[in-house]
Design a protein around this ligand. Structure first.
Ligand SMILES: *Cc1c(COP(=O)(O)O)cnc(C)c1O
Length: 392
């Protein structure tokens, strides 16, 4: 399927990412094709049971993306215009966009200079009388200390915590999994994520009343899903009791998930091994990586490095010229045109995120990246990139 370089020769091209799905997924998809419903039905329900077991959560809802799942969650909680939601400045735009889309205001906080994660202290400082939610992001796969963030809210029981666990399906903090100390944790099954079905997501929660509301806000606010409406061979009337999103995941896509969920913890060992090979290769260079909290089991979703901002784009060009795929995760969100112009935010308010955003690039890291491919990336960095970093 994928091109492989002949043994012993330097690969001329290293992809940034290659998914791990293969034709062995076809029987599960074939079963959906032979069933009556190809949209959300029994396959999704069974994956939702798998998710509640995996995370030890009371409820799980499959969604067609992290974005729509989080919108459905915010709608279920009645968050909207006039409300503020605290989000980190170093994240993917979706974390802030969901807040904008429901008409609330994202309040950006800078991240920790070592771990690049949202801190309890920053959250405590950003709380206002109209704060209704906080969305910590487990950046690159390293979990935040959600319990500390929860404690920083003090007696503000009206503020809910939603974890952006798009990067952290298989990670943990102090042995606790996403969803443990929050009101909800939301995952993404987008094409490049550690568990994927092309596009998809899931929300887990231990709160019964939130689950009951989410069941409706995931499907237009309707009282019965399509499958339920036709279930008993008799048409069932439905009502719309609240405003909801269109966020359900079809069984056609849910069918790709069980085999990956079963394997994801085993595959983490390979991600960790590759990350460690990069780390030891970059010791004694000016390449920086986020520090890892000893309490964290890192899900190793992305391997992001930092070089002096003045050479970052040259480094990207150099790696691309040598056939190596890289991306930038991420530019600081409040400095992007839409947010900067709408809220008049100054980069000086987010020094850590802005500097990281100007100096970061992510290297190939995925199970299936071969050692000779990674060795090629490392050799190009030593030979061509490290000299560019001198004297800066
Ligand atoms: C991918 C990603 C999202 C959005 O996920 P979708 O499933 O594409 O909506 C949100 N937050 C972070 C940190 C992400 O990386």
């Amino acid at each position: 399927m994928h091109k492989t370089a002949s043994a012993g020769k330097s690969p001329k091209q290293v992809d940034f990412f290659r998914h791990g799905l293969g034709l062995d997924a076809l029987p599960a998809v074939g079963e959906v094709l032979e069933s009556r419903f190809i949209t959300s039905g029994s396959v999704g329900k069974s994956v939702e049971r798998d998710l509640t077991k995996f995370f030890g959560a009371s409820h799980a809802f499959l969604t067609n993306s992290w974005t729509n799942g989080t919108i459905a969650t915010l709608l279920a909680l009645g968050i909207g215009p006039g409300d503020e939601v605290i989000v980190p400045a170093m994240t993917f735009v979706a974390t802030a966009n969901v807040v904008e889309l429901i008409g609330a205001k994202p309040v950006f906080v800078d991240v920790d200079s070592d771990t690049l994660l949202m801190t309890a202290e920053a959250v405590a400082e950003a709380i206002s009388p109209v704060t209704r939610a906080v969305i910590p992001v487990h950046l690159y796969g390293q979990m935040c200390d959600v319990q500390a963030i929860r404690q920083a809210l003090g007696n503000r029981n009206d503020i809910i915590v939603i974890e952006d666990a798009a990067h952290c399906f298989e990670g943990s903090y102090s042995g606790t999994l996403p969803g443990t100390y929050s009101d909800a944790a939301v995952f993404s099954f987008y094409a490049t994520k550690n568990v994927t079905c092309g596009d998809g997501g899931a929300v887990i929660t231990n709160r019964d009343e939130l689950a009951e509301a989410l069941d409706k806000t995931r499907t237009q606010g309707m009282t019965a899903s399509a499958t339920d409406r036709f279930q008993k061979g008799r048409y069932q009337h439905w009502d719309m009791v609240t405003l909801g999103a269109k966020a359900n995941l079809p069984d056609l896509l849910a069918a790709y998930l069980p085999s990956q969920i079963a394997k994801v913890r085993d595959r983490l060992g390979e991600r960790e091994r590759l990350a460690m090979r990069y780390m030891s290769a970059f010791e004694n260079t000016r390449i920086r990586t986020p520090s890892i909290d000893p309490q964290a089991l890192h899900a190793r979703h992305l391997f992001a490095i930092h070089v002096p901002p003045r050479v970052r784009d040259d480094v990207i060009g150099c790696l691309n010229d040598r056939g190596i795929g890289v991306t930038v995760n991420y530019l600081s969100v409040p400095t992007l045109t839409y947010y900067r112009e709408k809220y008049g935010l100054a980069p000086e308010a987010f020094p850590v995120s802005v500097d990281w955003g100007q100096g970061t690039l992510s290297l190939p890291l995925f199970p299936g990246l071969r050692d000779d491919e990674q060795d090629y990336v490392i050799s190009v960095i030593h030979k061509d990139v490290v000299p560019m970093l001198r004297g800066s």
